[in-house]
Write a protein that binds this ligand. Structure first.
Ligand SMILES: [Zn+2]
Length: 353
């Protein structure tokens, strides 16, 4: 069946009973995979956001087009199924006859707000086909590098020259240990490293105004797994079985900030859901994307499900930008770690009398 047929979702309709049953089994397995991943790594509950309970059915593509266009123009969400059908038609020339201008531009021609509404609409329900639509929307969102670099500013400034000076005054022992760890990583055992990473994350969480995270350093068979974050028990697990953990603390710190950033994303998503983040907020769009990715039934793409979909979704692009920017800033400003704190050297006038 051609994807350019007027009712594009028919491309996914099973041809016979066997295929129908196989599709059901596959869908259930995928569903279980996503659920188990969400519960293990990200979400602590099944409390997902649903934007639209509408269950529309359209006899013709014209009806679908008219309904979706008017809803999107009014800034309303579509049901997950309608949003998928709308995008499917847009991606595979289904609107060629009805709206040649829209069809010529494709997803790229939609406004950012419409793309966000479609992203949220699709995310609200789990469906195996969500992946291709979320990836297409994300690609066309036009947010890539600059957007996430801007969001990562908070992580970069944590290791700025000025903030290192502040940290030296607040946590002299930590900064001293960090300096020694970076210079001589192999002279620290797992427990000593674990201690430094915990203190570093404590300072970072205070700086970013997020709840304290527990750092666990643990042996994991998979040497490619650097670490992971669990929203469920507010913890970061670092794999001790990696080259980074053994001899490249800068690499481990990149992982640490990456995982801690996931916690900030959850905080932003929750604040958006609570109505605490308005359009004027500097992280408004990011908060909406994190909310759509992390607090809906079908917005999160797990690495087992599709690795490139996982890697390029908003929460991962953002965490990578944060971890990378923080490690680069620390590398750049490492020399200031051993400097004597300025303020500590100044005489305290209050005690000179
Ligand atoms: Zn991540």
């Amino acid at each position: 069946m051609s994807l350019t047929s007027t009712n594009a979702t028919s491309a996914f309709e099973p041809k016979d009973e066997t295929e129908k049953r196989n599709n059901l089994i596959r869908k259930n397995m995928e569903c279980m995979l996503v659920r188990s991943w969400q519960q293990r790594m990200h979400l602590g509950s099944n409390d997902y956001t649903v934007f639209s309970y509408a269950t529309e059915s359209f006899d013709t593509i014209e009806e679908l087009y008219a309904h979706a266009t008017s809803q999107l123009e009014a800034g309303n969400h579509l049901s997950s199924a309608t949003a998928r059908r709308y995008l499917n038609n847009l991606m595979y020339e289904g609107f060629r006859e009805i709206d040649p201008e829209l069809q010529a531009k494709g997803i790229a021609g939609l406004s950012l707000d419409t793309k966000l509404i479609l992203y949220e609409s699709i995310a609200q329900e789990f469906h195996p086909q969500n992946l291709q639509y979320l990836m297409a929307l994300n690609d066309e969102m036009g947010l890539a590098r600059d957007f996430y670099a801007c969001e990562a500013e908070e992580s970069t400034s944590f290791f700025s020259m000025d903030n290192i000076e502040t940290l030296q005054n607040q946590y002299p022992n930590l900064i001293n240990s960090l300096d020694r760890l970076l210079k001589s990583p192999t002279s620290f055992n797992i427990e000593a490293k674990s201690n430094i990473f915990q203190q570093l994350v404590d300072a970072y969480c205070i700086y970013c105004e997020i709840p304290r995270l527990n750092v666990r350093c643990k042996f994991e068979e998979d040497e490619g797994l650097q670490g992971f974050y669990s929203a469920y028990d507010k913890s970061i697990t670092l794999n001790t079985n990696t080259d980074n953990f053994r001899r490249n603390p800068l690499g481990t710190i990149e992982t640490l900030i990456h995982e801690a950033r996931h916690s900030k994303q959850h905080a932003l998503a929750q604040a958006y859901r609570n109505g605490e983040i308005k359009e004027s907020h500097s992280s408004y769009i990011a908060a909406r994307l994190f909310h759509a990715s992390l607090m809906t039934a079908g917005g999160y793409i797990s690495p087992e499900f599709n690795y490139s979909g996982y890697r390029d979704q908003p929460a991962e692009m953002d965490a990578r930008a944060a971890g990378g920017a923080a490690a680069a800033a620390l590398k750049r400003n490492q020399k200031y770690l051993s400097a004597t704190p300025q303020r500590a050297m100044q005489p305290n006038l209050a005690f000179t009398f």
